[in-house]
Design a protein around this ligand. Structure first.
Ligand SMILES: Nc1nc2c(ncn2[C@@H]2O[C@H](COP(=O)(O)OP(=O)(O)OP(=O)(O)O)[C@@H](O)[C@H]2O)c(=O)[nH]1
Length: 321
């Protein structure tokens, strides 16, 4: 039997009213030549403007028994299973989460081997409302998490925003998530091409690392919202199992503080580099090709609340070989 290609999935997050549905409608309009499925998970909201989307998509699934990031009955997995049973498979699936969803948990579902074999999470897109993202960051923990887990951050509602204010907000978002591609827009207008996976901006091993074998964990930036980034760099390789163990353990322990990890590491006795990704309660460490001309070394970015470089270094050091 011919192996089917995985179905592309785009996960849309962002606080209540940020412009997720508006963005989604724009993406659907750009995808008229594709078979699209939309999964909506919203609290008490009238569904997307049916007249706008009806002609463009095969199906809209509404998940109504709570927030999919935390519902134990895993309604999302059921719907994904249902999609696989459809006679005609879609080309792409858009999932719009509730405004308070913990994006990390949903991303984690796409690393379950059976799900991953059939669905490819292309991008997690977080829509930020320029009018209030800063206030929401202070008020709602999930907003910081949503921004930290995003591959793409869409700063929406910028039409009447003075340019210096827009640049200030972009810089703020960049400090929160230096891994994301950030784009400013109005009415959720974003090109599908901007949502394709790219080699995200994992900082290259820095020349500033001092000579010798010292690991180095340094805070990159502090934001006024207590979300910060710590960059860990070391020329030493990791023990793969030990790295998985310490990261998994600490993600569980610091679940309210550690939002995201991403980076490339060198692994003992392995010629390839490994890509490390973690959001919510899942961790993935997979081979990611050769080092090419660059000497093997490890660079990991940690995003979370009040992260301390000394703590990160203490966590990782036992896994260095
Ligand atoms: N002024 C302005 N309003 C916008 C813009 N983009 C979207 N809106 C409006 O903002 C409101 C919320 O937009 P939605 O797309 O429904 O936001 P959402 O994130 O899906 O909202 P929830 O599903 O409630 O979380 C709507 O009235 C939109 O028309 C924008 O760029 N500028």
């Amino acid at each position: 039997m011919q192996k089917k290609n995985p179905i592309n999935v785009y996960l849309l997050t962002g606080f209540l009213g940020a412009g997720k549905t508006t963005l989604l409608n724009g993406l659907l309009q750009q995808s008229r030549d594709r078979r699209n499925i939309v999964i909506e998970n919203e609290f008490g909201k009238v569904n997307i403007d049916a007249s706008l989307v009806a002609a463009q998509i095969e199906n809209i699934y509404e998940l109504t028994s709570g927030c999919i990031c935390c519902s134990l009955d895993n309604e999302l997995l059921e719907v994904l299973g249902g999609i696989l049973r459809l006679e005609e498979q879609p080309d792409q699936v858009f999932i719009e989460t509730t405004g308070i969803a913990d994006a990390g948990n949903i991303i984690g579902m796409f690393s379950i081997p059976d799900v991953k074999a059939r669905f490819r999470l292309m991008s997690t897109v977080c829509v930020a409302d320029a009018e209030n993202v800063e206030t929401r960051l202070e008020q709602v923990t999930e907003v910081g998490k949503q921004l930290s887990c995003a591959d793409v951050i869409v700063l929406n509602k910028t039409k009447d925003l003075p340019v210096p204010e827009q640049l200030r907000l972009q810089a703020l978002l960049e400090n929160i998530n230096p891994l994301a591609y950030i784009t400013a827009t109005a009415d959720g207008l974003v090109a599908m091409a901007d949502l394709q996976p790219q080699e995200r901006r994992i900082p290259a091993p820095a020349a500033r690392l001092s000579a010798g074998d010292t690991a180095c964990a340094m805070p990159v930036e502090k934001t006024p919202h207590k979300i910060n980034t710590v960059l860990f760099e070391s020329p030493q390789p990791f023990d793969l199992q030990m790295l998985a163990f310490v990261l998994e353990m600490n993600f569980n322990v610091y679940t309210d503080q550690l939002y995201r990890i991403k980076g490339y590491v060198a692994v003992k006795d392995q010629p390839e580099k490994y890509l490390v990704q973690s959001t919510g309660n899942y961790l993935s460490i997979v081979p990611a090709g050769t080092w090419g001309d660059t000497p093997p070394s490890s660079t990991l970015v940690f995003i979370g609340k009040d992260l301390k470089s000394a703590t990160i270094e203490r966590i990782l050091r036992p896994a260095l070989k």
